[in-house]
Design a binder for this molecule. Structure first.
Ligand code: BGC
Length: 921
């Protein structure tokens, strides 16, 4: 009890002092101010001074027109006041402007729904004590749509609904702003704010009934509930929360009691109703290691770069939601998803779990995945924090990198992912960063993550990443993972108890660790919406996976429009890559081995033990292509006999070679070459048939010595359980490619910051020296490195072709303080519907440390002939540099060029802008 009384009194005091000025704020009530019309820019100063006095928790503004190339004055107002801003858009007008509903939130927003564009949204807001669900819509939605929204959010909290039809949901009272049962009374009065007519409503929280378990009162916020719970816990119960067990059992022995079979397990406390923590790996789908949970299977999603190559956050959200839902249906409440380590080198064996090389793109896309997972009452992690960008001797190697460089690269990706996804867990990494292990790194965990970024969740270690008890705890680690199997000791059990008893680790720090875990579990529904074991929706998973393959595969080359396959093409030969059976996937803890269609389609490929087995998901491109083109004769040859493959190619109208490259956790690739002489196979086939198409299923960029001989090249990454179907749809034109590279496709290793690294691959000839000097490129990862060194990669970052053409015109850029908004007309000038990614880059003034940056993007789908004016708002931190002296993001005054580009190396329209020197808030 003690833990909540103080903040509550404090909040009451603040609110009462506001109330004495305006008699609006009441700690026992939620207040909603509804402006009746949108303010003009000239109303903003008046609002800025009066709104704080009124102290409304949430302010709704209807009918806001957001012009394509303008910063919304309400956004500026929100920035000034430190309020949250949310624009819920109705369908865009032809001139690119949008009308919608704005919500300003004085109280912190803890969760929000997936999309701004669907015309409706929900937020979960919480003050220091209560949590409220706020539902709103841009325009009159149907009762069904509202019911769907409410069902989808499943927020167990008192709810307020704005501009929605009353009685859409059982338990809501009918009013203009309807409120749910969690409130006991409502008052409403007309007010004027800065001369604007408005209604101020107050909803009184239903009395906090005396219950046996007051922390189960869903009208209280997660902090308050966690505080109530903590006060009831014994010392042993608290320490029990601080370390997990390996959920697969020790040395092949029995599973820990209560574990369902997965990476991690923390027993619950039945006495207090604290659920156990069951965590599963889910880099690319919910895993079932070795089929330990008979009957459980999951959707094998396309790999991380594929999802990222869609440049479509809504699709990333949908993929995350698929994983979250399937996890919940398999009894998990924590997913070890959210991998956002930057791709600095195509040889990193884990690139297939990550999201490419750019901090903005990676942060936005992985943030969307995390938000998707957590929309299903499952906590998502964000990992591996930080700079675990190579696998070679990952438990030992030291990454050297300066502070500014790391803040503008890898850490920026994490920072943006946190803003976009609000993960409940951060997983610290194995490697050392400037001499200190990730899980003992006070700079990363305490100073950056918890203090600067105000991360309210908990830090969990990677499996085998802990080397100390008190040192790690004081540096910010909150939970040790599976230490009994992977670490030298379970440091967060007896050793930590002793350290706390001796006062080396303060009791308050120990309680902070427990509180962080409890509040995260409560916030994400572990208490109120516990998992229920049930069959997954296989078709829904397939749909989400296939859309990702279709939007995430990248058409890199298409000379003479060989693709899509013309109906006149009647004889096709498919060669290699086990394309008759399935598509390859990456190895290690993220491998989804059990799907609805069975396990490995090609068993026995080496290695068959960790980090293998090499897996082929049962989704055959051959069968899918036959189904898509029943009129054609489609044959398969394995490619093991090059001469036979060439003969078959010569006899066909078109030859399609599938080339694969397996990569896995814990080992880096030795080089960028396709293995098993597949280069020679492609060259032989291309020589036999001028219409040769290559489909790559790889970790990422590989050398392409045969490129000029093949007219078409499709990068399908690791495409997952609907890979065959997705690739067939793209090859036949049922889907129009819209993927764009999230990485620079370097020609070969000579274009990398570290061309030669000793010690990579299985059985390396020379040992590795355990140091990665990332200061070589610093923040200039990928296309920034290429630009700074005037390199000509094979394909630039952002590159990708379509079966239609897009034209851009009339780029305008508006700058207001740290905000930069660009607008441009985009037109589909071809004959097919398709989607393009408008990419906005900033060319920095000569002499800047970084030459160019992606600052924003928008994926747009257009019908043939359709034109639209789109609006892209730059991420402010991409305009700034990190000043390590004062630890602030600073925009340097100067002339910058804003480029609307097809890819990082191909600007289409440019505008020069003046940025004024300033520090970002
Ligand atoms: C990996 C993590 C994974 C964990 C649990 C580690 O080896 O680095 O990504 O979540 O194992 O399986």
């Amino acid at each position: 009890m003690k833990t909540i009384t103080k903040p509550r009194l404090l909040a009451s005091a603040i609110l009462l002092s506001l109330a004495s000025q305006a008699s609006a704020a009441d700690p026992a009530a939620f207040s909603l101010l509804q402006l009746q019309r949108a303010p003009s820019a000239s109303d903003v100063p008046g609002l800025a001074s009066q709104l704080p006095v009124l102290g409304a928790d949430v302010i709704s503004v209807p009918g806001v027109a957001r012009a394509a190339d303008q910063v919304d004055p309400l956004q500026t107002l929100a920035d000034q006041l430190g309020y949250g801003y949310r624009f819920i858009a109705a369908a865009p007008e032809p001139d690119g402007s949008t009308r919608g509903q704005v919500l300003l939130s004085r109280v912190p927003v803890q969760l929000e729904s997936g999309t701004e564009q669907a015309g409706q949204a929900y937020l979960r807001v919480a003050d220091d004590r209560h949590v409220v669900a706020v539902y709103a819509a841009a325009e009159n939605p149907s009762q069904e749509a509202v019911a769907e929204l409410v069902k989808a959010s499943r927020l167990a909290a008192p709810a307020v609904a704005i501009g929605l039809p009353a009685a859409a949901v059982a338990g809501w009272q009918q009013e203009n702003a309807v409120a749910s049962d969690g409130f006991s009374a409502r008052s409403s009065r007309k007010v004027k704010v800065a001369g604007l007519p408005a209604t101020l409503q107050q909803f009184t929280y239903a009395g906090e009934a005396e219950q046996e378990r007051p922390w189960m009162d869903t009208s209280l916020n997660a902090d308050a509930r966690a505080g109530l719970l903590l006060a009831q816990m014994t010392e042993d119960e608290k320490f029990q929360m601080l370390h997990s067990y390996f959920g697969l059992g020790k040395d092949g022995g029995p599973l820990p009691e209560g574990a369902v079979g997965s990476a991690g397990f923390v027993p619950g406390v039945p006495r207090l109703g604290i659920p156990s923590q069951q965590s599963a790996d889910a880099g690319v789908g919910v895993t079932n290691p070795g089929g330990i949970r008979p009957g459980d299977f999951a959707t094998a999603m396309p790999s991380g770069p594929s999802t990222t190559a869609t440049w479509n956050p809504e699709l990333a959200f949908a993929g995350g939601a698929t994983m979250g839902r399937e996890a919940w249906q398999q009894r998990f409440n924590i997913l070890l998803s959210g991998s956002v380590n930057l791709q600095r080198d195509p040889r990193n064996g884990r690139n297939f779990e990550y999201a490419g090389e750019d901090p903005l793109l990676a942060g936005v896309m992985v943030g969307a995945v995390i938000r998707g997972v957590q929309s299903e009452h499952v906590i998502s992690s964000m990992k591996h924090f930080a700079l675990n960008d190579m696998e070679t001797r990952r438990n030992f190697h030291d990454v050297r990198i300066g502070e500014q460089a790391m803040r503008e690269s890898d850490l920026l990706a994490f920072e943006i992912a946190i803003e976009a996804g609000r993960p409940g867990v951060a997983m610290c990494s194995y490697n050392k960063i400037n001499g200190t292990y990730g899980c003992e790194n006070g700079y990363l965990m305490n100073e950056v993550l918890k203090q600067e970024w105000k991360f309210p969740g908990f830090v969990m270690s990677d499996w085998g990443g802990v080397h100390s008890g008190s040192k790690a705890a004081l540096a910010g680690l909150d939970q040790q993972s599976a230490g009994e199997v992977f670490d030298a000791a379970v440091f967060f059990d007896e050793p930590l108890k002793m350290a706390v008893a001796a006062g080396v680790v303060p009791m308050a720090r120990r309680d902070d660790m427990v509180l962080r875990i409890l509040r995260t579990m409560i916030l994400h529904g572990n208490f109120d919406n516990p998992p229920q074991h049930q069959p997954i929706d296989v078709d829904a998973g397939y749909a989400s996976a296939q859309r990702t393959v279709e939007e995430g595969s990248v058409l890199l080359r298409n000379e003479g429009n060989v693709l899509p396959l013309d109906p006149s093409v009647k004889r096709i030969v498919i060669i290699g890559g086990h394309a008759d059976k399935g598509v390859i996937g990456g190895g290690g803890s993220s491998m989804v081995g059990v799907t609805a269609k069975g396990t490995n389609a090609v068993p026995g490929v080496m290695p068959t033990t960790w980090p293998g087995p090499v897996i082929f998901h049962p989704s055959s491109p051959l069968e899918a292509l036959r189904a898509a083109r029943p009129d054609a004769q489609i044959d398969f040859v394995s490619g093991t006999d090059r001469a036979a493959a060439a003969r078959a190619a010569a006899a066909a109208d078109v030859a399609i070679v599938f080339a694969t490259q397996w990569a896995a956790e814990s080992v880096d690739l030795p080089d960028m070459q396709l293995p098993d002489q597949q280069d020679a196979l492609i060259a032989a086939v291309a020589q036999a048939n001028a219409k040769t198409v290559v489909v790559l299923e790889t970790n990422g960029p590989v050398r392409t010595p045969w490129l000029n001989q093949v007219p078409a090249l499709l990068q399908a990454w690791y495409p997952g359980i609907r890979g065959g179907e997705g690739i067939a749809a793209l090859l036949t034109g049922q889907a129009n490619p819209s993927g764009r590279l999230p990485v620079t496709w370097v020609t070969d290793e000579s274009q990398l910051p570290r061309p030669h690294i000793d010690g990579l691959g299985f059985n390396p000839k020379k040992a590795f020296n355990d140091v990665f000097d990332f200061d070589i490129e610093g923040a200039n990862v990928g296309y920034k490195w290429a630009e700074a060194n005037r390199l000509k990669p094979t394909f630039a970052f952002g590159h990708g072709l379509s079966y239609t053409r897009f034209e851009y015109q009339n780029l305008t850029v508006n700058v207001d303080g740290g905000r930069l908004v660009a607008s441009v007309d985009i037109r589909n000038a071809g004959a097919r519907a398709g989607a393009d990614v408008a990419q906005l880059y900033l060319k920095l003034p000569a002499g800047s440390q970084t030459p160019i940056r992606l600052i924003g993007f928008d994926k747009v789908t257009l019908q043939p002939g359709e034109q639209r004016r789109i609006r892209i708002e730059a991420e402010p931190k991409t305009l700034a540099s990190f000043d390590a002296q004062v630890r602030q993001w600073t925009i340097a005054a100067g002339t910058y060029q804003v480029q609307l580009s097809r890819n990082a190396a191909e600007p289409l329209q440019t505008v020069d802008v003046q940025l004024t020197g300033q520090v970002l808030r």
